[in-house]
Design a protein around this ligand. Structure first.
Ligand SMILES: [Zn+2]
Length: 311
């Protein structure tokens, strides 16, 4: 099992409830993508399956869990290439939860991407949540709470998961199986913004060095060399995640916007704000409106540059 960083409060709340046998039968762990909610759910399951309830790593239950072969733990999430979690998958969960435990006296399901359940699947799950079977716990992981029907949310114990501290992000990036190289760590921590999962692609040194180059190119957007930026976009827009390209732009421009509070005119600040919003929206707009990513990004940069020059 991966080492867990952050999320101490959730862990404490869960283990307290476990120790006092007041564990709610359905937990909804929600928060931004990439902060370790899935790892957290695995850890919570570990406490349930451990013979001494401490995720000791030594007992039979812990060893089976680590080997991925514990008969009382069931994991599911979005299958590759699928848009939804479907009703058959949820039926599988419910029938698993209705069986009596094989080893531990408890059963646990980790349901990832809960917000991707389609309507039928969510309805089927509701039934299970109304009639929990003794000793079974459902751990749902969700990165977009609004997409889950209110009826499902209201039957769960909601637990918000926060982004990690920069120090924790750094440790996660250093210690993961395929660590981010030392020379890209500062960049990765800055870009992660508390979500190490969002920068895991920096394990790929080609992507990491392209982002480093991007940072230099846009360091002073008002005087940016558009020819060089165009060249960078042409080379890298297909491989570097759009979210990170946009995040870097906003990280550079936000402080400028902040600094101009007192000096710039209201109109100029509005224009800059709009340019910034368009950058933030660019990754989504590319998907929503089938835009050509490169030209759309260049337009965003030009708009930013003009807005910054006017200030
Ligand atoms: Zn154990």
């Amino acid at each position: 099992m991966n080492q867990l960083y952050g999320h101490e409060a959730t862990l404490q709340r869960f283990t307290d409830a476990l120790a006092t046998e007041t564990l709610h039968h359905a937990w909804l762990l929600y928060g931004m993508k990439g902060i370790g909610k899935h790892t957290l759910a695995g850890k919570l399951a570990g406490f349930m399956m451990c013979e001494v309830q401490s995720a000791c790593g030594e007992c039979h239950g812990c060893k089976m869990l680590a080997a991925g072969s514990h008969p009382d733990v069931y994991r599911l999430g979005l299958l590759e290439g699928k848009r939804d979690l479907n009703i058959e998958q949820v039926r599988g969960v419910l029938s698993f939860l209705s069986l009596s435990a094989a080893e531990s006296g408890r059963r646990v399901v980790i349901l990832d991407d809960a917000e991707r359940m389609n309507h039928q699947a969510a309805n089927a799950l509701l039934k299970g949540l109304e009639e929990p079977s003794a000793g079974s716990v459902l751990l749902m992981v969700c990165s977009d709470l609004e997409r889950l029907p209110a009826t499902v949310r209201s039957r769960c114990m909601l637990q918000q998961c926060s982004p990690l501290s920069d120090a924790d992000v750094r440790v996660v990036l250093e210690q993961q199986e395929n660590p981010v190289q030392e020379r890209y760590l500062d960049l990765a921590v800055d870009l992660a913004d508390g979500c190490p999962g969002s920068v895991s692609c920096l394990q790929d040194t080609a992507i990491a060095s392209a982002l480093l180059e991007w940072r230099d190119l846009i360091a002073d957007p008002a005087r940016a060399d558009i020819g060089k930026i165009e060249g960078w976009i042409r080379l890298h827009v297909k491989t570097v995640p759009h979210l990170l390209i946009a995040r870097m732009l906003t990280q550079v421009v936000y402080p400028v916007l902040h600094k101009t509070c007192d000096t710039a005119t209201f109109e100029n600040r509005e224009v800059l704000q709009q340019a910034l919003f368009d950058c933030i929206r660019w990754p989504g707009d590319v998907v929503r409106h089938s835009l050509r990513a490169g030209p759309a990004l260049l337009a965003c940069v030009l708009q930013l540059r003009a807005a910054l020059k006017a200030i």
